[in-house]
Design a protein around this ligand. Sequence first.
Ligand SMILES: [Zn+2]
Length: 85
Amino acid sequence: MTDDKGKKAVAEIDCLQAITQLYEYLDGNIDEESRASVEHHLDHCRDCFSRAEFERALTERIQESQKGKAPKSLQERLRHLIDSF
Ligand SMILES: [Zn+2]
């Protein structure tokens, strides 16, 4: 697995991992390596890409309606998302 010419290797993650990191990713509260992995996954997985787009829009709306407040339902939604996976 070293035939990435000049490219930094990106860790392959599965859908569950991508979703688990999605909120950190959307928050921008994620290290660079994980962000690269999530972006790499979203590039290749339609399901997760749609999910990410949906969550991104939702998160923006929540942040607009609750400026300054961290919605604690975020974690609950994440749990539902993983449960329904
Ligand atoms: Zn996926």
